[in-house]
Every structure is written in C-alpha cells, then in structure tokens.
Write a protein that binds this ligand. Structure first.
Ligand SMILES: O=C(O)c1ccccc1N[C@@H]1O[C@H](COP(=O)(O)O)[C@@H](O)[C@H]1O
Length: 214
C-alpha cells in the first residue's frame, strides 16, 4: 500500500461530520452545491460545516455548471480552499473559474471507456487537479455521487502532469484495491461512506480512511 495517500470525503453536511472526517485523517472535505443532490447544502449550512475544518484540511466546494453569480455567492459566504467542477465545464471555463475565484480548481471527468480518457488531457493545463470519476448512466439525475465504479484497468499506464484523484464507487472494502490497481495517491468518496443517500456514517468514514492509509 502506498504511503501518504490523501483522501477527500465529499458531501459532508454538518460541523460534527467535518470534525469526524478530519480527526480520522481526511485531507479534504467536500461540500455539494447542486440542488438535485441529496447532499446539497445551503450557503449557511456549508459555512458552518467549513468553519469546523481544522487548518490543513482543504475545504472543497463541488459545483455543476455553476454560473458566475452562484460561484460568487458560494465564495463570498463559505471559506474555501478549492473548487471542484463536476459538470460539462470546458477548459476555458475552468480557467475562468480559477481566475474569478482565485482558488485552485479540480476538474472532474467521467470515464466509462478508453475513449473518455482523452478528455483528461484537455484539462491538464487549465486545471490544478484532475478528478477521474465514473461516467454516470445516460439520463441519470446526478453527474457524480452515484456509487458507480469504472473499469480501473483503463488507467493502466496513464499518468498526467498534475495531481489527480480517483473517484467513483469507492468503499472501505475496495479502497486498498483501488490504490493498488490504479496507482492513485488520492481518493475521493461520497456514497461509499453513507448509510443511506446523503446520510454520512462516521464508522464508514473511519473505516475508509483506515483502509486508504493502512
Ligand atoms: O456527491 C454528490 O451528490 C455529487 C453530485 C453531483 C456531482 C458529483 C457528486 N459527487 C462526486 O462524485 C464522485 C463519486 O461519488 P461516489 O463516491 O461514487 O458516490 C465524487 O468525486 C464526489 O465528489
């Protein structure tokens, strides 16, 4: 198991869960701003949760094709360290968001087949990090957070000149295998540490972090 693995726990909704994730060793905590998601937060709730993050734990806002007004409202209210773009934002839009917010941007790309990997290269100069996630089923309500894994063998021999995270269907039971099989040094998990959609489970969060850091 590689040392120094960094884990993002996404879709946290309360200060207590942020504290729990941080004390279990999360490097990033994620807050979802997407009304169709069961993890969507009001600005007020996100602010309270973000303020509970200890120094050194990166606070990430997840948005999906957010316009400037939405980004301005989020960044004005919530103390943040990174923006995660999880929609169909172009490389140009990634650069705009980076310039507008003054924050590093992580761009998510959905993978189902080898053909999807080319999209990652398009963001290599615009984004600060890449998030390699499973592609959602066609017509699905959420572009992520679906608990679906993709074929990790597609990543064999693939590397990018910027930090990247693996996401999609990760759980405490498959985190170690995911690290081993993909060479990822960062993992992002949401539904795999929930007891029900949108309901984070402290024991699952701790189990995931134990598995990733073992
Ligand atoms: O978590 C959500 O509700 C969500 C909504 C819209 C876009 C992305 C979302 N989550 C991200 O999806 C991946 C994978 O999640 P999962 O572990 O398979 O549930 C992860 O990067 C989340 O940040």
């Amino acid at each position: 198991m590689p040392a120094g693995v960094r884990v993002k726990i996404c879709g946290l909704g309360t200060p207590a869960l942020v504290e729990e994730a941080a004390s279990a060793g999360a490097a990033y905590v994620g807050f979802v701003f997407f009304p169709k998601s069961p993890r969507h937060l009001t600005l007020e709730a996100a602010r309270a949760a973000a303020l509970a993050a200890p120094v050194g734990v990166a606070k990430v806002a997840l948005t999906v094709n957010a316009d400037d007004a939405a980004l301005d409202a989020i960044t004005a209210e919530v103390p943040l360290d990174m923006i995660q773009l999880h929609g169909s934002e172009s490389p140009e839009r990634v650069a705009e968001v980076r310039a507008r917010t003054g924050l590093p941007v992580m761009k998510a790309v959905g993978i189902a087949t080898a053909d999807d990997l080319a999209a990652l290269d398009r963001y290599a100069t615009a984004a600060d990090q890449l998030l390699v996630d499973a592609k959602p089923a066609p017509g699905g309500p959420l572009p992520g957070g679906n608990g679906i894994a993709f074929d990790w063998t597609l990543l064999k021999g693939r590397r990018w000149p910027l930090p990247w995270m693996l996401a999609g269907g990760l759980t405490p039971d498959n985190a170690a295998e995911a690290l081993r099989r993909t060479g990822a040094r960062q993992l992002d998990v949401s539904s795999g540490v929930e007891g029900a959609p949108g309901e984070k489970d402290g024991e699952l969060i701790r189990a995931f972090l134990r598995a990733a850091h073992a």
